[in-house]
Design a binder for this molecule. Structure first.
Ligand SMILES: NC(=O)c1ccc[n+]([C@@H]2O[C@H](COP(=O)([O-])OP(=O)(O)OC[C@H]3O[C@@H](n4cnc5c(N)ncnc54)[C@H](OP(=O)(O)O)[C@@H]3O)[C@@H](O)[C@H]2O)c1
Length: 363
């Protein structure tokens, strides 16, 4: 047993959530608080003050900033859910692997028991610049698949994690999620809020809610990851004896077709809909120039965020729904290891939309 494991098993459980204002990080903060942890929450901009959370403002791209922020704290468990989007994969590797490396270096000599790293299905699909383009494993994706022969910031982050775990004596886990739906504003990739914004804009003008993606996505099977379930999964791997030192996929556990899901989302919002009709109709094109329309909606309904670019990430939803391949994910490895968490994706969507409404993010 490492010193960190001993500390954690004695009940001194302090989590450091890195990227705590993000779509996954904020769900983790909620899950950890619900389970009675003390939470250290790290991002550049602090989130809402709440009991049990101490915000650490630090810039992950600055080793000095990290050392200063982490010097006075002693987390037993670390959950890394931050990322920085760059123009090329080479830059993604340099920056994102560097952020994890510097964060772990700043924790050297402390009593850390476990580090959980969030990555995603680009592990199997390839990085953005070669996304779903080369030869890929058969679906459903399994964790045992060999890495693709292209550079990928997830591989570089895994390698940083493995090296630091060996040198510093903590256990680790990697969590490969599919598209995450959850609660965050102003983040880079957020399909739930993007679709909610699309529907709200369409309802105002009487336009149909148009599926933006490909024929393959409209008709094929797919799956998704609820941010709350991802948080449960990361916490499970971090605290369950025998579950550590593995990479796991994490998806909701059901599969669906967008041609089934889309009319149900439209019904929730009370809008007419159109499915795939011959070619993709990307949101980046269809939704361009709507900033003032959103600002007007925000004024009229008293919405919390008047800036459309902080609500919708059209590019990301276009990219996910525009894929010309089937994407489904195997959960057998987690289940064999004892994780049986599950969400119905339609229920995850509607619960999230209810929350956006309750918090005045959408009308
Ligand atoms: N979202 C998805 O659908 C999805 C799906 C699969 C995989 N993933 C992967 O999951 C990982 C996390 O993505 P996410 O979508 O959860 O992230 P996100 O919602 O965009 O959140 C990123 C978090 O990192 C923080 N951050 C960014 N740059 C920082 C810096 N320089 N210093 C300190 N904090 C910084 C942000 O806060 P500040 O900006 O305030 O610093 C924020 O809290 C990525 O590797 C991503 O590829 C995401």
């Amino acid at each position: 047993m490492t010193a960190g494991t001993a500390a954690a098993s004695q009940g001194e459980r302090t989590a450091l959530v890195v990227g705590a204002t993000g779509i996954a990080g904020s769900a983790l903060v909620e899950q950890l608080l619900a389970e009675g942890w003390s939470v250290l929450a790290l991002s550049r901009t602090a989130g809402a003050e709440r009991s049990g959370v101490r915000w650490l403002s630090a810039d992950l791209t600055s080793a000095e900033s990290l050392s200063a922020a982490l010097a006075p704290v002693d987390p037993s468990h670390v959950f890394f859910t931050a990322w920085s989007r760059r123009d090329t994969e080479e830059e993604n590797i340099a920056v994102n692997a560097g952020m994890l490396r510097d964060l772990l270096a700043a924790l050297r000599g402390k009593d850390v028991a476990h580090v959980a790293l969030m990555t995603g299905l680009k592990h199997y699909l390839g990085p953005f610049e070669a996304y779903a383009a080369g030869e890929m494993a058969d679906t459903p994706f399994h964790e045992e698949e060999p890495r693709l022969p292209v550079a990928n910031f997830y591989y570089a982050q895994e390698d940083e994690l493995f090296a630091a775990a060996a040198a510093q004596g903590f256990t680790w886990s990697v969590h490969r999620s599919h598209t995450v739906i959850g609660h965050a504003v102003g983040n880079a990739m957020n399909m739930g809020l993007t679709l909610a914004a699309q529907a709200a804009l369409c309802r105002e003008t009487g336009e149909p809610f148009v599926f933006p993606g490909s024929e393959t996505q409209w008709n094929g099977l797919t799956d998704m990851t609820d941010a709350g379930l991802l948080a449960e999964h990361m916490l499970w791997a971090a605290t369950t004896p025998g579950a550590a030192d593995e990479a796991y996929n994490i998806v909701n556990g059901d599969v669906f077709r967008w041609r089934w899901m889309w009319p149900r989302l439209a019904a929730y919002f009370g809008v007419d809909w159109e499915g795939y009709a011959g070619s993709p109709r990307p949101l980046e094109r269809a939704m361009t120039g709507r900033e003032e329309q959103w600002a007007e909606l925000a004024r009229r309904y008293g919405l919390a965020e008047p800036r459309l670019d902080r609500v919708a990430s059209w590019w990301h939803t276009d990219s996910d729904l525009g894929r010309d391949i089937e994407v489904v994910t195997d959960m057998g490895k987690s289940r064999d290891a004892g994780f049986t968490g599950y969400r119905r994706t339609l229920d995850a969507f509607t619960a999230l939309f209810d929350r956006y409404r309750a918090e005045n993010l959408i009308p």
